[in-house]
Write a protein that binds this ligand. Structure first.
Ligand code: KG4
Ligand code: ZN
Length: 379
C-alpha cells in the first residue's frame, strides 16, 4: 500500500510518501520520499510562531512540496504539472494527478493528515489540501492526532526501511514539545491515558522564552542546549554568580508540571544580574527544567510498573534529557527515543500513526465532511 502523509499543525510543512505492509504490531515501512519545509527564518523575527504567516506558508508550500515528493519518489513525469499558483494548482493537481502524469502502478492508496492539536488555521490548510487530493484521487483519508504521531515517531526513520515492533506494556510516554508536556500511560498498545501534564507553559515553550531573554534565536531549545553543554563541560565552583532556579511542583503529589514560575525566576535573575554569564544561566535553567521531567517520569515508572518508556517531541532532541532518562531506566525498562530528524514535527510520524489507525479500525475511515481541525485535540 502506498501512503501520502501531510503535517501542517504548526510551523513545519511536512509531506512523506511511503510503502507499508500490513500488521499493526509488526508493520513494515519503506520511505520513498520525505520533505519538510521549515518556517524558522520567517518566524525568527517575531520570537515565536506568527499564525497567519504560518498558514500562508503552508498554503504556498504544500503544492510545491507535493510535487517535489512525487518527483523524488520517482512517480511522475514533470511536464503535466506546470501551473504554479496556489489554489489553482491545488485543484489542478487533484484533478490531473491520476491521469498520464502518474504511473498507474505507483499511485497513492491512502492519505493521512494531522487534524489536531495545533494552530487551527494551519491545520485547516493541511486538511483542505488532503481532502481535495483524496476526493480527486478517490482514496480514503485518515485524520491523525499529532500527539499520537509523536508517540509512534520512535519507530520511524526519515529514509529507508523500518518496522513497528511489539512493545512491552505498560508503556509510558513523556511527550515534550513547544505546545505540550505530558505523561501518557498506555496499558495497551495505542490506548492512551494522560496521567500528568503542564498546568501552564510547555517545557519547549519555556526553552524558547528563556532563549529570547538571552537574545538567542527562535526556536531557542537547541541554542540553550548548546550553551548549557558548553558550561557543563567547563563548570567551575568559584563562578561569580551562584545560580539556583526553582523546580516547580517537583514535590507535588501528582504527575503534573509547571514551567511559568521557572521562566519568571530566570527573568528576575537576569534583571538583577544583567552581566551574568549566559551559558551558566542556560545551564542552570536546563538542569531545572529537565530535573522536573526526570523526577516525575521516574515516579510514574515506579507507580505503574512501566516496561517501556518513550520520550518524544521536539525537546526529546535535548542531550541532557536523553542522558538523564537513560539514568532512570534500568535494564528491565526499554527506553525509546525518535531519531533527531523525527523528534521535531514531521510527516513520517503522521503516516505511521495514520496507517496503524487505519489497520486498527479495520480499514474504515470517517466521512470526509466530519474531519475538522481541532486545535485542542487530546489523546
Ligand atoms: O515537536 P516540535 O518540533 O513542535 C511542536 O509540536 O511544538 O517541538 C518544538 C520545540 C521548541 O520549543 C524547541 O525549542 C524545542 O522543541 N527543542 C528543544 C531542542 N530542540 C528543539 N528543546 C530543548 N533542547 C533541544 N535540543
Ligand atoms: Zn509536535
Amino acid at each position: 500500500m502506498r501512503i501520502l502523509a501531510i503535517e501542517t499543525s504548526c510551523d513545519d510543512t511536512g509531506i512523506t510518501i511511503f510503502e507499508a505492509k500490513d500488521g499493526t504490531q509488526n508493520a513494515e515501512f519503506k520511505i520513498l520520499a520525505d520533505n519538510l519545509a521549515s518556517q524558522v527564518k520567517i518566524h525568527n523575527q517575531y520570537g515565536g510562531v506568527y499564525p497567519i504567516l504560518a498558514k500562508r506558508e503552508h498554503e504556498k508550500n504544500l503544492p510545491i512540496l507535493l510535487k517535489k515528493t512525487f518527483r523524488e519518489a520517482g512517480f511522475f513525469q514533470e511536464r503535466s504539472l506546470g501551473r504554479s499558483d496556489g489554489d489553482g494548482q491545488r485543484k489542478f493537481l487533484a484533478k490531473n494527478f491520476r491521469a498520464e502524469s502518474v504511473k498507474k502502478s505507483s499511485f497513492i492508496d491512502l492519505i493521512c493528515v494531522t487534524y489536531g492539536p495545533g494552530l487551527e488555521m494551519c491545520l485547516w490548510e493541511g486538511i483542505t489540501f488532503a481532502k481535495d487530493l483524496a476526493r480527486g484521487w478517490g482514496v480514503p483519508l485518515v485524520p491523525v492526532n499529532h500527539m499520537e504521531g509523536h508517540v509512534l515517531s520512535v519507530f520511524g526513520k526519515n529514509k529507508g526501511k523500518f518496522k513497528v515492533s511489539k512493545l512491552k506494556t505498560p508503556v509510558l510516554s513523556l511527550l515534550v514539545s513547544g505546545g505540550h508536556t505530558q505523561l501518557v500511560l498506555s496499558k495497551k498498545f495505542m490506548k492512551y491515558e494522560i496521567i500528568g501534564e503542564t498546568l501552564d507553559d510547555a517545557v519547549g515553550e519555556a526553552f524558547d522564552k528563556v532563549a529570547r531573554m538571552l537574545d538567542l534565536p527562535y526556536p531557542g531549545g537547541p541554542h540553550i542546549s548548546r550553551l548549557a553543554e558548553q558550561a557543563r563541560k567547563s563548570e567551575t565552583r568559584n563562578s561569580k554568580f551562584e545560580i539556583k532556579f526553582p523546580r516547580p511542583m517537583l514535590n507535588s503529589n501528582n504527575f503534573d508540571f509547571s514551567y511559568a514560575g521557572l521562566k519568571t525566576a530566570v527573568l528576575y535573575f537576569l534583571k538583577k544580574n544583567p552581566a551574568a554569564d549566559k551559558a551558566r544561566v542556560a545551564l542552570e535553567f536546563e538542569n531545572a527544567a529537565i530535573e522536573c521531567l526526570t523526577y516525575k517520569t521516574a515516579r510514574a515508572i515506579e507507580k505503574y510498573k512501566i516496561k517501556t518508556l518513550i520520550v518524544a517531541g521536539g525537546v526529546a532532541a535535548n542531550k541532557h534529557l536523553r542522558r538523564e532518562m537513560t539514568k532512570i531506566t534500568s535494564k528491565k525498562i526499554k527506553l525509546l527515543f525518535p531519531t533527531l530528524e523525527l523528534a521535531r514535527d514531521n510527516a513520517v510520524m503522521i503516516g505511521i500513526a495514520g496507517y496503524l489507525n487505519f489497520l486498527k479500525n479495520k480499514k474504515k475511515v470517517p466521512r470526509q465532511g466530519s474531519i475538522k481541525a481541532t486545535g485542542n485535540l487530546r489523546l
